[in-house]
Design a protein around this ligand. Structure first.
Ligand code: TYD
Length: 214
């Protein structure tokens, strides 16, 4: 089963992904669970992540950025996600193709049909079974992110965009959810970490298409 986590920067999805993976490992055994992230998740994809995120690359063209995200994605799909799904594992991916639709499609305002086509090509058409969206308004997300940076978390090139850019991304996610309501589950990300995690587990449990005895 392929599960993705999406949301704005600062929505807390990486923390939630880690906690959910711990919970699922305890339930099903460590061998059944793969936790990965985008951009990254495989050696080649992590190298591409370095190029995308470097603050030195502030002159990167939107099309270059878009293609690099999809290049990193093609590798993680081939090397990590497809092999794990073929072995009937549960794959949790912190961001996936929807991030490209939201950030490069709506945020950067690249041609949406082209963004969809190339992204589908990069994934070979592999779509998540389920996508959790961590809902948090833009101001709260930016405030959390700034707190994170004050604590020494990495500041990357995607963290220094304008408010207008984040507003377009936020709206893009809304349109993506509306287009495919059956795939998306919205989680209120404004609450304490434990409440969000409890909600996430409660939403996921009835949807897990796995054999508990395996
Ligand atoms: P990361 O440090 O992983 O942040 P987060 O915890 O918010 O996921 O940085 C990922 C950044 O890359 C984030 O700002 C979203 C952006 N991104 C895109 O713009 N397009 C994409 O396709 C992906 C996967 C991420």
């Amino acid at each position: 089963m392929f599960i993705t986590l999406e949301g704005m920067d600062g929505s807390g999805k990486s923390t939630q992904a880690r906690l959910l993976a711990e919970f699922l490992r305890a339930q099903f055994g460590a061998a059944k669970i793969v936790l990965t992230r985008e951009p990254g998740g495989a050696a080649i994809s992590e190298q591409i992540r370095g190029v995308i995120h470097s603050l030195r690359n502030d002159n990167m063209a939107p099309l270059t950025e878009f293609l690099l995200y999809n290049a990193a994605r093609a590798q993680i799909v081939a090397e990590v996600i497809r092999p794990a799904l073929a072995q009937d594992k549960i794959v949790l991916c912190d961001r996936y193709a929807d991030s490209t639709l939201a950030y490069q499609g709506y945020g950067r305002q690249l041609d949406l049909a082209m963004v969809r086509d190339v992204t589908r090509y990069a994934t070979g058409g592999l779509k998540p079974d389920l996508t959790f969206y961590f809902e948090l308004d833009i101001e709260a997300g930016l405030a959390r992110r700034n707190q994170g940076h004050a604590r020494g978390e990495e500041l990357n090139r995607m963290d220094v965009q304008t408010r207008e850019f984040y507003a377009r991304v936020y709206n893009g996610y809304k349109l993506l959810r509306q287009a495919e309501p059956a795939r998306w589950i919205v989680i209120d990300g404004s609450r304490a970490v434990e409440s969000v995690q409890a909600d996430l587990r409660a939403q996921l449990s009835p949807r897990l298409r796995v054999n508990l005895s395996s």
